[in-house]
Ligand binder design. Structure first.
Ligand code: TRP
Length: 466
């Protein structure tokens, strides 16, 4: 640790910060969510919009979150409030921190259920359940899991306990060790899967699906009579996913930034984090879609896509029992290092303001998120009927949709406005310490105008105003 009088402990090095941030960013969002929404929204054009959002909105907003966190050195709630009052802005900016705490809760309450699927599949894979699966039997295996409230709640509970165990011990001791080894390993295994998809899947068709940009396919929705109209929803979902996959808009990266050593470059770290995150998502897509097409699966099959397509591959490849089990183990670890960041803002605030021990704070937050998560687990069985749906969506879907597509972008908008307008230019300038004034000027322009305007436009577009 350097001599900085930090409120919380700090990462031991820039590398440790990077690994933790990558650990937070790379998770179910990349491997579970990205392929399934890309499948649902028709492929290449959706991917392109998502990439544009990462570059134009995600990267600048991530830089803002990290710099605010490092300057404030407190939980996001207190950081926002204190920086605001130091800069003569309204203390109400603290609300952004509170919004983030609520959003993190809601996300964890469905994230943990999906991570539970991965846990269940570690056991399935270990016992050889993937051997010789075809598309139909892979679907049945997944269907049996989600049909059982007991199994879903059991695995959800296991994952929540795992998350809280690390949170209780503090980010430094718990997290650093966890991510240093596992991220590279996950990456390697994804490469193996890409290789397998190349050899055994419909690789060409998968690549065409992912990278052929056909806007009419994604942005026109047609009814049975063949009448088509423009739909803005994919743009909203692509933007929402850019926030979700980079862990932006709720203070997770801000709180990690608050543990960042002072001499590390924020811009450089951000670009590396975003690149790593994007690479993992694209690799997952490149591994999965060739298998989807080769096995006659439906790309738009929904949240089960990864859990149905990959086991087929593991069941057929040499060494598949080992690889399959290992893959889901690593997926669990990726989800684990992400879920921790979802509660860290809340836990940091409780330890600061309520003088709670980390252990107590973890227990409290974990207990609440666990309870809320029961509803997500039941969304696939007892509460899957129409009488439990709102706008045709289950509780699980609603939490997923609302957090990623509305709450995170709203949080990101607030962070951009705060950094660009509420504080003086000197604050980000000093904290980013970029060598090129031109580059800083460009970032400042983007955070003041481009990112906020982009987010607002996508919102207005989604509700049909523009
Ligand atoms: N980014 C993670 C993923 O892709 C999920 C996540 C962790 C997250 N922390 C977050 C999403 C904070 C939004 C905000 O799996």
């Amino acid at each position: 640790m350097n001599g900085n009088p930090a409120v919380h402990n700090q990462w031991s090095s820039r590398l440790a910060f990077m690994l933790a941030a990558i650990g937070s960013a790379v998770g179910l969002g990349n491997i579970w969510k990205f392929p399934y929404i890309t499948g649902e929204y028709g492929g290449g054009a959706f991917v392109l919009v998502y990439l544009v959002c990462v570059a134009l909105i995600g990267i600048p907003v991530m830089m803002a979150e990290i710099l605010l966190g490092r300057r404030g050195r407190r939980s996001p709630i207190n950081t926002m409030r204190e920086l605001a009052s130091a800069e003569g802005a309204s203390p109400w900016w603290g609300v952004v921190g509170w919004g983030g705490v609520v959003t993190g809760f809601l996300i964890l309450s469905f994230y943990s259920v999906v991570a539970g699927w991965a846990l269940a599949y570690v056991v399935e894979g270990g016992f050889g359940a993937f051997q010789g699966l075809d598309g139909e039997r892979a679907g049945a295996l997944f269907g049996e899991l989600t049909a059982s409230p007991q199994r879903l709640i059991f695995w959800h509970s296991v994952f929540m306990a795992m998350t809280m165990a690390v949170v209780a011990n503090g980010v430094r001791s718990g997290l650093e060790r966890l991510v240093t080894w596992l991220m590279p390993l996950l990456f390697l295994l994804l490469a193996v899967l890409v290789g397998y998809a190349m050899a055994a899947g419909d690789f060409e068709r998968g690549l065409h699906f992912l990278f052929d940009v056909d806007f009419s396919k994604v942005f026109m929705s047609c009814d049975e009579a063949g009448l088509c109209e423009f739909t803005a929803e994919p743009v909203l979902v692509a933007m929402g996913h850019a926030f979700f996959t980079l862990s932006l808009g709720m203070g997770a990266i801000m709180v990690y930034g608050s543990y960042m050593p002072h001499d590390a470059s924020i811009a450089g770290s951000t670009v590396m984090i975003a690149l790593a995150d994007t690479l993992v998502a694209l690799m997952a897509g490149v591994a999965i879609f060739p298998l989807v097409f080769a096995n006659g699966l439906e790309p738009g099959a929904g949240p089960g896509l990864v859990f149905v397509s990959l086991p087929i591959a593991f069941g057929a490849m040499p060494g598949g029992q080992l690889f399959g089990t290992l893959f889901f183990v690593l997926l669990v670890f990726a989800a684990w290092s992400s879920s921790i960041s979802l509660v860290e803002p809340a836990v940091a605030w409780l330890t600061e303001n309520e003088h709670m021990s980390r252990r107590k704070a973890a227990l409290l937050i974990g207990g609440l998120a666990w309870l809320l998560g029961i509803g997500s687990a039941l969304s696939f069985n007892l509460w899957s009927g129409d009488e439990y749906k709102v706008f045709g969506k289950t509780l699980f879907d609603i939490k997923d949709y609302l957090t990623a597509n509305i709450m995170l972008p709203l949080g990101g908008l607030a962070i951009a406005l705060f950094t660009g307008w509420a504080v003086s230019r000197r604050l980000p300038e000093g904290e980013l310490a970029m060598r090129s004034p031109l580059l800083f000027g460009a970032w400042h322009f983007v955070i003041r105008y481009i990112a906020p305007a982009g987010i607002v436009l996508v919102f207005l577009n989604a509700i049909g105003v523009v």
